[in-house]
Design a protein around this ligand. Structure first.
Ligand code: PMP
Length: 407
């Protein structure tokens, strides 16, 4: 991977923030966008903006072809068997809510169990709390090991024939842990449960093959993978999607509407009510082309190396605490400096042009498990460099000096 050539593609990276070159290490929250994506969306608005699936006029046909072409690109990107299994949503959150409402509420009852982990993002936690409350089902947690991983023996103990749904992040947005979702899916299926994977932090960073994982549902967001905000994907197995009622109803998703009853379009449009994010689908397709050309395997290797380097440099700083496993992880490094609140640390880093995230990262139960109210988090993407990791380590050292000897 030629990082300099890649960086050239991202206009936003070439600026100073607070008098220093921007070091953007908040990719777990959202990634930056290459010129190709920005230009593809601009071309859409300048040349063929039109609503889809409706008009028979030329621009409408061009827009429809681009939108459905994006679906085919997504299908290939995750190796789904058919475009009927690829549903566009607003993002991971809406995709997971679609499963929790349309599948969860229809298939759960008292005595059933939903199994998740304490490392879930609120988007893969609250929808299950709500589904359990609405149906009388019980929410159960697979315990975490001290290094922030899960043990398959614990999965075997927690998932039982009463389990109807197992939902889990493929990669944790705080700990960086890569969960063994393929093995967990096998255990779920042996017990008659479906497997839901939150792929928000995995799809942008590693090659995903939903058929190899054999998950039943897989959710991810475009904005974390070099694409625009406002669009994401729900993959679902056709046999399950066919038997689900739509999450939203209204225009476009219908077949026949009568005064007191209606029928739905076939898959995948049954789940796409109203005017969809068309320009965003065009942008997502362009992002997929970009990532595919660089190669997801190369991206994963590069980010793993940056994380390894960051763990090495940061571990050398006195008073730093780093969370999560040391191996088998994505490019996310979460830490605290003893005696300094994560928000103060990130504010000081910002004065040096270094953007990291601080807070609970939408994982409040995990923060309680870690025994902290907040952490700082550096998260890498394909355009980050080792020099930027060094700047982060230097920045943390300077912040430590600034706050005095707090140890
Ligand atoms: N799950 C995980 C693991 C995430 O990191 C995020 C975003 N931080 C989400 C779900 C929610 O994604 P979105 O806000 O794009 O819906």
């Amino acid at each position: 991977m030629d990082i300099e050539t890649i960086r050239e593609q991202f206009p936003i990276l070439h600026q100073e923030v607070n008098g220093a070159p921007l070091v953007y290490l908040d990719n777990g929250a959202t990634s930056q966008k290459p010129k190709a994506v920005i230009e593809a969306m601009e071309r859409y608005y300048k040349e063929y903006n039109s609503n889809i699936h409706r008009g028979v006029h030329t621009l409408g046909t061009l827009a429809t072809d681009a939108y459905e072409g994006a679906r085919e690109k997504v299908r290939r990107f995750i190796n789904a068997g058919s475009t009927e299994e690829v549903i566009f949503t607003r993002g991971t959150t809406t995709a997971l809510n679609t499963v929790a409402y349309s599948y969860g509420r229809a298939n759960l009852k008292e005595g059933d169990e939903v199994v998740i982990t304490p490392m879930e993002h609120h988007a893969n936690l609250i929808p299950w709390q709500q589904a359990c409350k609405a149906t009388g089902a019980t929410l159960k947690y697979i315990p975490l090991q001290s290094d922030g991983t899960i043990d398959l023996d614990d999965v075997r103990k927690t998932v039982t024939p009463r389990t109807k749904i197992v939902a889990m992040a493929h990669a944790s947005n705080v700990l960086g842990t890569i969960n063994p979702v393929k093995e967990v899916a096998k255990i779920a299926h042996e017990n008659g449960a479906v497997m839901v994977v939150d792929g928000a932090q995995s799809a942008p960073h590693m090659k995903i093959d939903v058929r190899d994982l054999d998950c039943d549902f897989y959710a991810f967001s475009s904005h974390k993978m070099a694409g625009p905000t406002g669009i994401g994907v729900l993959y679902g197995k056709k046999a399950l999607l066919e038997n689900m009622e739509p999450f939203e109803t209204g225009g476009e998703m219908i077949d026949f509407v009568d005064l007191y009853d209606s029928t739905w379009k076939e898959l995948p449009w049954k789940f796409e009510a109203g005017t969809m994010p068309i320009a965003e689908a065009v942008g997502l397709a362009s992002a997929i082309d970009f990532l595919t050309e660089v190669g997801l395997e190369n991206i994963h290797v590069h980010e793993t190396e940056l994380a390894r380097y960051a763990l090495e440099l940061l571990s050398d700083i006195d008073g730093i605490e780093i969370y999560g496993p040391m191996e088998n992880r994505v490019g996310i490094v979460t830490f605290n400096l003893k005696g300094v609140h994560a928000h103060d640390l990130s504010t000081i880093l910002d004065t040096m042009g270094i953007a990291v995230r601080a807070g609970h990262h939408c994982c409040q139960p995990l923060m309680r498990w870690l025994g902290v109210s907040a952490t700082a988090r550096a998260s890498f993407y394909l355009y980050n460099t080792k020099a930027e990791v060094e700047k982060l380590a230097d920045g943390i050292r300077k912040a430590k000096e600034y706050f005095g000897d707090v140890l």
